[in-house]
Design a protein around this ligand. Structure first.
Ligand code: UDP
Length: 327
């Protein structure tokens, strides 16, 4: 009998990869998803419970039936721009949904939580690389909603003995090496899939947002981390909590930043095609450089990103893109 783990948002990008990693480690990932933004075909590694974590009756029933040993919580909206124009959506869905989940965990005595957080909780950092001790001053409602959930988790840990790992991702990228699942945002706003689609002639020319940043080549620097490495860190974090580890926040990044121009060059290598692009104004709210100090995650979880060199990220993302367009 394998141990059930509730995976909220398991039909989404990172959640579905975590569900695969859980199944490979001998757990039963029970996906809880509304399928508003997730995809049923991404739920391949365990059962799907269709419903909303904000609905306590639904959640109570799911937890009572499955008796999960832990929860991995991915269910959230995650478009920074949309959160600026429609903040209520983000506070309602991300914050209220998480509160409902935390209260249900408390009431059913589910002790461990791995939470999908983000480097957006830091806002514009004082310096890079960013350690977990950097002040948390998000600059978007999306980042603020994730910070509020981190705070609620800290308070529930103190009050009720919950143990939790808040995993702050940098730029999730790439796709499952077997080609079973991958990135499927609608609309897609992320650099790597847009650059790939432009190169493959499946999408419009890329807009390069800002060529006048104070960086070596003038474009923004980000820390791209392969989704399979993220998934591995989630399972390790669960193991850490099950062994009695205390509530913690961990950066998940490689520690190395790449510029937009370096990403374009990697996509050209990976596709063998030119990426058509034009230089466009800066995107509001984009800090010039964000990359992690991932020392704490590496030490505490004995975790190493092993799929996150940019050519592996691009290779797996290209394979996924070709598969998706041929469906
Ligand atoms: N970017 C870009 N063109 C795009 C999408 C993104 O130039 O069509 C840039 C963006 O300004 C940022 C980087 O690529 O510097 C990564 O953006 P993405 O949206 O992938 O992730 P974010 O860092 O916003 O989470």
């Amino acid at each position: 009998m394998t141990k059930p783990v509730l995976v909220t948002g398991g039909a989404g990008y990172v959640g579905s990869h975590a569900a695969k990693a859980l199944a490979a480690s001998g757990y039963t990932p029970v996906t809880v998803d509304t399928l508003e933004r997730g995809f049923p075909e991404a739920v391949q590694f365990g059962p799907l419970e269709l419903g909303d974590i904000a609905d306590r009756h639904f959640l109570d029933d799911v937890i009572a039936r499955w008796q999960p040993v832990a929860v991995m919580h991915f269910a959230a909206f995650a478009y920074v721009g949309e959160s600026v124009t429609n903040p209520g959506l983000y506070y309602r869905n991300n914050v209220m949904g998480s509160l409902s989940l935390l209260e249900a965990m408390r009431d059913h005595r589910v002790r461990h939580l791995v939470f999908s957080s983000t480097c957006a909780v830091y806002g514009v950092p004082d310096s890079v690389p960013i350690p977990e001790t950097e002040k948390r001053q998000p600059i978007s409602p999306y980042g603020a909603s994730k910070l509020m959930v981190e705070r609620m988790i800290e308070d529930f840990s103190s009050a009720y003995g919950l143990s939790a790992a808040a995993l702050r991702y940098f730029n999730a990228a790439g796709a499952d090496d077997e080609g079973l699942i991958g990135e499927n945002h609608m609309p897609e706003t992320h650099l790597i899939p847009l650059a790939i689609d432009a190169a493959l002639g499946k999408g419009p020319a890329l807009q390069l947002f800002g060529a006048d940043y104070p960086t070596p080549d003038g474009t923004c620097i980000r820390d791209y981390i392969h989704v399979t490495d993220l998934a591995d860190a989630h399972v390790r974090a669960l193991d850490y909590l099950e062994r009695g580890g205390a509530t913690v926040a961990l950066n998940l990044g490689t520690g190395t930043g790449l510029s937009v121009r370096e990403i374009i060059a990697a996509v050209e290598r990976g596709t063998g095609a030119e990426v058509p692009y034009s230089e466009a104004p800066r995107r509001p709210g984009d800090p010039p450089a964000l990359f992690a100090d991932p020392t704490r995650a590496k030490t505490l979880l004995e975790w190493q990103p092993i799929h996150s060199d940019i050519d592996t990220i691009v290779r797996t993302a290209v394979a996924w893109s070709r598969r998706r367009h041929n469906r």
